[in-house]
Design a protein around this ligand. Structure first.
Ligand SMILES: [Zn+2]
Length: 235
């Protein structure tokens, strides 16, 4: 699995990298994003720290804006998890309130008056600063929802199975209260350690990366699995 993970890393590291502030018009409307984080390395390139997509059609741009710009933790599980790690690292008891999901009217009626709004806005700003300063991403277009969700799942699983990808000693995620984040080295709690990408799916991924036109064919062509069979992943 490490060989496939290495190939994924080298493929995604060759795509056009976006950092904040990014030009939204250059991002496809439907697709998958791969996040990288400063100081995190694996397979001699930047380490993948999160893989994500969107549910509704044409929502990739707004999904990335929900992560990088919109200060609402309840609309971005990624923001919520960054905030959890920051608060947990500081031993800040506001973590309990940060965990509340105030999306529904009922929740707002139950908890809304108890929330320290000033503190919440302060943490939202910290999360924004952390994400805008330390994270970058690549994207590739996947038009159809079933394929988007399938490839997202499989990429997450492939990277989670890798024995080589490890977070640095200073990785923020090591302060997460979520054991799945600490253990996987990824900012995710779902789709870990399941069925990885098949060789056919990896070929399809490469095709999608070519199609995106985000990297030259010459550089992408250099990203290939060796001719050795991958073997059964053993699950
Ligand atoms: Zn790996």
């Amino acid at each position: 699995m490490s060989e496939l993970c290495a190939a994924l890393h080298h493929l995604f590291n060759k795509l056009e990298r976006f950092t904040f502030p990014f030009e939204v018009s250059k991002i496809p409307r439907n697709g998958i994003y791969i996040l990288f984080e400063a100081e995190e390395q694996a397979h001699d390139v930047d380490r993948i720290v999160r893989i994500g997509t969107h549910i509704g059609d044409n929502q990739l741009r707004s999904r990335l804006q929900q992560h990088f710009i919109k200060e609402n933790k309840d609309r971005s599980i990624f923001r919520k998890n960054i905030g959890r790690a920051i608060l947990n690292r500081a031993g800040d008891p506001f973590l309990e309130q940060w965990n509340w999901d105030l999306t529904t009217r009922k929740a707002r009626e139950t908890y809304g008056h108890l929330v320290d709004r000033y503190k919440q806005e302060e943490v939202e700003r910290q999360v924004t600063a952390c994400i805008q300063e330390h994270f970058s991403f690549v994207v590739f277009e996947v038009a159809e929802k079933p394929q988007r969700l399938n490839l997202e799942r499989k990429i997450i699983s492939t990277v989670s199975w890798c024995a080589v990808c490890r977070p640095s000693a200073n990785w923020l995620g090591l302060h997460s209260p979520k054991s799945k984040i600490r253990q996987s080295g990824l900012w995710q709690v779902n789709e870990l350690y399941k069925r990885p990408l098949s060789e056919g799916e990896f070929s399809e991924l490469k095709r999608l990366a070519y199609k995106a036109g985000a990297a030259s064919k010459a550089t992408l062509a250099a990203t290939h699995l060796s001719s050795q069979p991958l073997g059964h992943p053993g699950y």
